[in-house]
Write a protein that binds this ligand. Structure first.
Ligand SMILES: *Cc1c(COP(=O)(O)O)cnc(C)c1O
Length: 364
């Protein structure tokens, strides 16, 4: 927390607006729109809920197919399965580690010829960096396939000067505890389409029809964000830019200290935008470095320092063993060699020195 949240939460208590909607929620949505350049936003109790509603409102249902980035957190995929649809995974490219546009473009063309286009595409922006949105959006538009952007990890990033999440039919964000800003748990759905967001708002509020009595003509969900948590979110939004600066400083620090070690490479920053460096991620070439990424992870663990392998690709997950994948070699390589280093914005120089000493000691 930054300190700016507490007075806003106190306002909530003073007004006694303790509910899954209220004036802080309205203000949070407006301020979020201003931050990312979206026309309409709906605050929800998780990013997963936002993605569920996005897919539902785009008509995804039982038996449909949805293309999803292969290298991601499983929450990008689970809502596809909630709806009874089948995910198919698309491999990463090396410039940004996000969905490979050439694979997607080629695949949509082939599917179009066969008359079996997917119901939607979920494009993930990983580790604070935007995917190459334009060619993917263009291909989706050409074939009439809606694009959902999962920008849960990329709040504060840019793609050609604009925020990821605002290019597709709809975009989702997350304020879970591990994200660049947090409400402890929460999410946001954005869209240019006012009716789309209004409908999502209705479904998220138990699908109450506009009637004085309780009437429902659709199935609803309890997905709205609490007014208390929206107060936290408003405070957090004010320090987003500062957080990005801190995250990028942590990255620079690592790069200066480790960049010369042979066999260590950093997640590239693609030319189309600015990454937040939400996490500093490296890849380790064991031949050159003299140790594997797992050796480094275990050495850090011995010092009570937590690091994590890069996301395990969705096509390697036991729960998705029956799903198809387009490509898969790049995401597998990244999983095998990639390591997410401690990147919390409260890390001190002392902490960073300790981490880097352990890594250096692993080198040949
Ligand atoms: C965190 C995350 C989500 C889910 O967000 P929650 O708010 O935790 O439900 C979805 N996709 C990606 C890529 C994420 O990192």
């Amino acid at each position: 927390m930054s300190g700016l949240e507490e007075p806003l939460v106190q306002e909530v208590f003073a007004s006694n607006w303790i509910a899954p909607l209220g004036p802080q929620v309205d203000a949070f949505e407006q301020e979020f729109c201003d931050t990312v350049g979206a026309a309409h936003a709906l605050a929800l109790n998780s990013g997963t809920a936002a993605l569920h509603l996005a897919l539902l409102l785009l008509g995804v249902e039982g038996g449909d197919e949805v293309l999803v980035s292969d290298l991601t957190f499983a929450a990008s995929v689970f809502p596809v399965v909630y709806l009874g649809a089948r995910p198919t995974f698309v491999d990463s490219e090396r410039a940004s580690w996000n969905m490979d546009p050439s694979l997607l473009v080629e695949d949509l063309e082939e599917r179009s010829r066969k008359g079996r286009l997917p119901k939607a595409v979920v494009l993930v922006h990983l580790y604070g960096q935007a995917a190459d949105i334009e060619p993917i959006l263009e291909s989706c538009q050409r074939h009439g396939v809606p694009l959902i952007e999962d920008a849960a990890e990329a709040l504060g990033a840019t793609y050609k000067g604009r925020s990821p999440g605002v290019f597709g039919q709809t975009g989702i964000f997350s304020f879970n505890g591990n994200k660049i800003i947090t409400t402890s748990g929460g999410g946001m759905l954005v869209s240019e389409d006012a009716d789309f967001v209004a409908h999502a708002r209705k479904l998220a509020t138990q699908a109450r029809d506009p009637a004085p009595h309780y009437q429902h003509s659709e199935i609803g969900y309890n997905y709205r964000l609490s007014n208390v948590l929206a107060g936290i979110g408003r405070g957090q939004l004010q320090v987003l830019a500062e957080r990005v600066t801190t995250k990028r400083r942590i990255f620079d620090y690592y790069r200066q200290a480790l960049g010369d070690l042979s066999g260590i490479r950093f997640m590239p920053e693609a030319p189309w935008g600015r990454s937040t460096r939400w996490l500093t991620v490296i890849t380790v070439d064991p031949e050159q470095f003299g140790a594997t990424r797992e050796d480094i992870r275990l050495a850090l663990e011995t010092e009570n320092i937590e690091s994590r392998p890069v996301w395990k690709p969705m096509h390697l997950q036991p729960v998705f063993a029956d799903c198809e994948v387009i490509g898969g070699a790049v995401s597998e390589w990244l999983f095998q060699h990639g390591l997410c280093l401690p990147s919390g914005s409260s890390l001190t120089e002392n902490d960073l020195e300790r981490i880097m000493d352990v890594i250096k000691a692993c080198a040949r």
